[in-house]
Design a protein. Structure first.
Length: 188
């Protein structure tokens, strides 16, 4: 029942410093331009790579075993349930709203699961033929990128922070996370 106006800050160097730690408004604009450019370039590259993979997979005679497809469907269903839980929507309520059973959802997920598996198998075969593999050194280098080397940075931090960093590093150096990292690097 009333009209309000929002007081917007001036677009000046002070705003740039407070909003994005940029030295000036022109620096902020350059950062935004670079971010948009990188995003669009990455998006275009991903699109081209996906089209190439799709074309290769269409020409390949690969029929993933139904067990693998079932596992991928279960994996995708798990992601769906997790996303619903994060948004506060119970899975059963989702099924009611969609008017579906769990078997209906699985049947809906199956074609995409089969496509993803086929593409993944094609990529694996290309990698095998090209001799592409992820070494332990590649994984260690990636972990160093994420957390810094084992002996870096802890001297400057208080003991509690340094202990947390070491704990996280150790967790990521375990077999489970190393395998996840190996798969991620292999896909890249």
């Amino acid at each position: 029942k009333k009209i309000e106006t929002r007081d917007l800050p001036e677009l000046d160097d002070e705003f740039a410093k407070s909003a994005a730690d940029a030295g000036s408004l022109e620096d902020l604009r350059a950062q935004i331009r670079d971010d948009v450019h990188q995003g669009k370039t990455s998006e275009a590259r991903t699109s081209v790579v996906n089209r190439i993979i799709e074309q290769i997979a269409e020409g390949a005679e690969i029929d993933p075993p139904s067990v693998m497809i079932d596992e991928e469907v279960e994996h995708q269903l798990g992601h769906l349930k997790q996303n619903l839980a994060q948004s506060g929507t119970p899975y059963e309520a989702y099924l009611r709203i969609q008017g579906q059973t769990e078997d209906d959802v699985k049947a809906e997920l199956r074609p995409e699961a089969e496509r993803r598996l086929r593409n993944s198998l094609v990529l694996r075969e290309v990698a095998n033929r090209e001799g592409i593999e992820v070494t332990d050194e590649d994984i260690d280098a990636r972990l160093d990128e994420m957390f810094g080397p084992d002996d870096a940075g802890d001297d400057d931090a208080d003991e509690e922070t340094a202990a947390r960093r070491r704990q996280v590093r150790e967790m990521y150096r375990g077999d489970y996370f190393r395998n996840m990292m190996r798969n991620e690097l292999f896909d890249q």
